[in-house]
Design a protein around this ligand. Structure first.
Ligand SMILES: [Cu+2]
Length: 184
């Protein structure tokens, strides 16, 4: 009989295997480990880029999902890493890349997911106190109109990174197609 093969020892072995598979899955999906909930908002994929040379500015990128019934707004941020953090928008007009501060903040409509990414809307960190190095986790406090203050860490990637590391397929699907060819 086939069932004879399923000895207790074998069951333990299977369980161990399953455990390893699960662990492997978890470590391959850091997006979930880095998920931060604040009120109706779910924030994932907070990342930044290493700063070359003596650069005093850096971008901050993240994905914000609004699971609530009312709009919220990302107003700004603060952190020890930078003298000042603003919400910025980058756009190309007549072939020229321009960047401006969103004085009214960034609205996240209910039921919508907004991704801050290179080439589009981003957080701008000014007057960096020290260079960002790949592998760093930079704590920053974001301020939302309704959800209030939310502290998270930017995962610092390499200088030329265009996205957060180890994106799972599922997360990629949720990301809106940002403007192409963005530099930051
Ligand atoms: Cu900017």
């Amino acid at each position: 009989m086939r069932l004879e093969k399923l000895t207790p020892a074998r069951i333990v072995a299977y369980a161990a295997l399953l455990g390893c598979a699960l662990l492997g899955y978890l470590s391959a999906a850091p997006a979930y480990a880095g998920e931060i909930k604040a009120g109706d908002l779910v924030i994932t994929q907070a990342w930044s880029r290493a700063t070359p040379g003596g650069a005093k500015v850096a971008g901050g990128y993240l994905t914000i999902e609004n699971k609530g019934a009312a709009a919220d707004r990302l107003i700004g941020g603060s952190g020890d890493v930078a003298g000042r953090i603003e919400v910025h928008e980058m756009a190309t007009s007549n072939g020229v890349m321009t960047m401006r501060a969103l004085d009214q903040g960034l609205t996240i409509e209910p039921g919508k997911t907004v991704t801050l990414a290179p080439g589009g809307i981003h957080l701008m960190m000014f007057d960096l106190k020290s260079p960002l190095k790949s592998g760093d986790k930079v704590p920053v406090t974001l301020e939302f109109e309704k959800a209030g203050k939310v502290t998270l860490s930017f995962d610092v990637q390499g200088v030329g990174a265009q996205g957060p590391k180890a994106e799972s397929g599922g997360m990629k699907m949720q990301m809106s197609p940002g403007p192409s060819g963005g530099k930051m």
